[in-house]
Design a protein. Structure first.
Length: 289
């Protein structure tokens, strides 16, 4: 699921960068899918290396992680991480020079975001900045550079989305986190969580609407945003922050939400061809008359 949440902002960006009336670049979809698997894996390895002492103290699901349990040594984990990053570099080198530099810059975030839970109550913000880098990279891989009017609001919307789903996720572990001194937005927001999540949801939808305006999106895109808004409203309204099972269910539903956005982008882009053809036929008809 984490791989999907890392991959989806990449697909949004690739879809938006497609020519009007065309499907997204399937080669880029597959390339970024491979990259998402590798970088999500590398992020997990780095996280487990940083947290090996904490993982022993928390809950069963973390105490059994290979490094924390002693099944894999720190040296072995470094070797494994090196392999993951080498393969990811191979994927990155398939892109243009601008994208290679942009992708390499994300490594700082990948390495440091697992530390944020020790420093700030906003580690979910650091995760958002990391997980949504693909919103910038996907566009640049197609176009050769970033268009700030589209890429920046898309990136911002992804960060807001991460704050929503990862705050929900963090509520599962808030008691254990508080006991061992780790921080999260779940602990920061506490009983005000739904108000904060509602604010993030409005900001996400507002940014995605701006993306639509700046990329000349069409009816299917905005219809998808309406569905996304309903999904977020239901997700937040029915959330029980004190039931880990419900938090997990709400967290996992965000893959569906991300796919709805992607569907809206693809269909909205295909709709552009229809509108263009209708306009052309109207002009040709007027000339003939």
């Amino acid at each position: 699921l984490g791989t999907w949440l890392l991959y989806l902002p990449c697909t949004w960006s690739i879809g938006l960068a497609a020519d009007p009336g065309c499907f997204p670049d399937w080669y880029m979809f597959s390339l970024f899918g491979t990259g998402a698997v590798l970088m999500r894996g590398a992020g997990c390895t780095i996280n487990d290396m940083w947290d090996r002492d904490y993982d022993k103290k928390v809950v069963i699901r973390t105490a059994n992680r290979p490094i924390a349990a002693g099944d894999i040594s720190t040296f072995q984990s470094f070797i494994f991480l090196g392999g993951q990053l080498t393969l990811a570099l191979g994927v990155l080198l398939c892109l243009n020079y601008y994208s290679i530099a942009l992708g390499a810059a994300s490594l700082v975030l990948v390495i440091t975001y697992p530390l944020m839970k020790r420093i700030t109550y906003w580690p979910q913000l650091a995760l958002g900045l990391t997980f949504n880098w693909g919103a910038l990279l996907g566009w640049s891989a197609i176009k050769g550079s970033c268009d700030p009017s589209i890429c920046l609001p898309l990136y911002f919307s992804g960060v807001m989305w991460t704050l929503i789903y990862d705050t929900i996720y963090a509520h599962q572990d808030k008691r254990d986190d508080a006991l061992i001194g780790l921080k999260s937005t779940a602990l920061r927001f506490n009983e005000n969580t739904k108000r904060w999540l509602s604010g993030f949801g409005v900001a996400m939808l507002g940014a995605l609407s701006l993306v639509g305006v700046n990329s000349a999106q069409t009816v299917p895109y905005y219809a998808a945003l309406a569905v996304v808004g309903a999904h977020l409203a239901h997700q937040i309204y029915t959330l029980d922050i004190n039931r880990p099972e419900d938090c997990w269910d709400k967290f996992t539903s965000n893959r569906t939400l991300g796919l709805i956005v992607l569907l809206g982008i693809v269909l909205g882009n295909l709709w552009k061809e229809k509108k263009t053809d209708e306009a052309k036929e109207s002009i040709d008809g007027g000339v003939e008359n």
